[in-house]
Design a protein around this ligand. Structure first.
Ligand SMILES: Cc1cc2nc3c(=O)[nH]c(=O)nc-3n(C[C@H](O)[C@H](O)[C@H](O)COP(=O)(O)OP(=O)(O)OC[C@H]3O[C@@H](n4cnc5c(N)ncnc54)[C@H](O)[C@@H]3O)c2cc1C
Length: 382
């Protein structure tokens, strides 16, 4: 959808100022596009603000999707350095251990698979665990892994910083402005434009509209006659009050086994402001209990492994909804049904935002057809 070599500046509206839309808006603005970002709330107020924000290629299958995530992971350093604040990007890796023979077999097979894909994931023993993280009391260890490339970030801060940076490059930012309709208009020259209708009756005209509305992308795409089915994917990650001392000395993300059989594993990390984030199960586990009781119980379980959490207060966070395409894989590209509508919908959007922003910019600005996205096209749901 490039405007070609004409002197007219491409005009793009981006709906959604979560980490994905904000990264795309910034990248487009930096490339000289006239950008308008529209969000019905504030930057990072959607799934981005609920995210555990583990930057990883560890829990990603098959190898093509693993490599897609790994490529984006490798872009995060440069992406964050370009922003005007510390967005909490920290490396250090992910450490995980098992307490049962079954759990050990699963970790061994995962480590073998990741190593075969060339991703550094080592089996480590209890001594190495203790050297990496002396503050953790792991109780029982049947096997442990360490994936040294993984990291974490504060995604809402990153989304805000991207929006500020986009504005510095001339982007218009319309917050607390709900998109209520999309009208694709055919021009006399055969080129289409899109009118983005917002609450209050105003419309914003654009050559291209990027839909980065997270879970609302299904509804937004339907406004242009495009089908993008999603799974319902609620998740809960609680927080604590800020804890002055570092909980971990080197790793960024810790996965600990269930305390009792039949319970889910837990994962935790410490944020830039000292608060701890604690979730249970895997990155895709469904959870709806955002009560104080559940938050207290999660914190109590985490404190069994991380004694520095004893005495902290659990702060429940309302359930968050992961943008989750029906088949679990990203939906990125122009819709074959509405040529001026570019979709950007994905799970693991925190990991994937730098890459998706870069590829979307190449397709929108340069008219490229990026092969890397061929498995993730919107047309697969038509
Ligand atoms: C509990 C949980 C844990 C997660 N853990 C991880 C993790 O560890 N690692 C990882 O990489 N990813 C993780 N994710 C996924 C990741 O957070 C998301 O993929 C990512 O935040 C999606 O960003 P987004 O910009 O696409 O969507 P969002 O952040 O949801 O942003 C969409 C924006 O669109 C706006 N919008 C929607 N409709 C309209 C409209 N009609 N008009 C105007 N604006 C509109 C919303 O207000 C919102 O700001 C997790 C998600 C959850 C919920």
């Amino acid at each position: 959808m490039s405007t070609g070599p004409s002197n007219k500046r491409l005009n793009v509206s981006v709906v959604g100022a979560g980490i994905v839309g904000a990264a795309i808006a910034y990248s487009l603005a930096k490339h000289g596009v006239t950008v308008t970002v529209i969000d019905r709330g504030r930057p990072g107020g959607g799934a981005t603000g609920h995210s555990f924000a583990w930057i990883n290629a560890t829990a990603k299958h098959p190898v093509s999707y693993h490599n897609f995530n790994r490529r984006s992971l490798g872009m995060w350093d440069r992406f964050a350095r370009d922003l005007d604040v510390d967005v909490g990007l920290r490396w250090g890796g992910q450490m995980e251990w098992a307490a049962t023979e079954e759990g050990a077999a699963e970790l061994e097979s995962r480590a073998q698979q990741l190593q075969a894909w060339g991703y550094p994931c080592q089996m480590i023993d209890a001594n190495r665990m203790a050297r990496l993280e002396p503050g953790i009391c792991p109780r029982q260890v049947t096997a442990a892994i360490y994936c040294e490339l993984d990291g974490m970030v504060e995604p809402a801060a990153a989304a805000e910083a991207c929006i500020r940076a986009a504005a510095k490059h001339g982007a218009a930012v319309k917050l607390e402005t709900e998109v209520t309709g999309l009208i694709v208009k055919s021009g006399k020259s055969g080129s289409n434009t899109v009118a983005v209708a917002v609450a209050g009756g105003e419309t914003v005209d654009a050559d291209v509209v990027v839909l980065a509305g997270g879970v609302d992308n299904t509804r937004l795409a339907a406004m242009a006659g495009v089908t993008v089915p999603q799974q319902d994917s609620p998740g809960v990650v609680i927080r604590t009050n800020p804890i002055a001392q570092p909980l971990f000395s080197s790793v960024s993300v810790v996965y600990a086994p269930p305390l009792e059989p039949g319970r889910p594993e837990i994962h935790l990390r410490q944020c830039l402001d000292g608060t701890a984030m604690i979730g249970e199960g895997t990155q895709e586990s469904l959870a709806r209990d955002d009560s104080q009781g559940h938050a207290d119980e999660l914190l109590a379980r985490a404190a069994e492994y991380v004694p520095a959490l004893k005495g902290a207060s659990a702060i429940p966070v309302p359930v968050g909804y992961r943008p989750m395409p029906l088949d679990g894989f990203p939906v990125v590209g122009f819709s074959p049904k509405a040529a001026n509508v570019y979709l950007a919908l994905t799970h693991s959007g925190v990991t994937l935002a730098p890459l998706i922003a870069q590829l979307a910019t190449m397709e929108i600005v340069d008219g490229a057809q990026v092969d890397l996205l061929s498995g993730y096209r919107p047309g697969r749901f038509d």
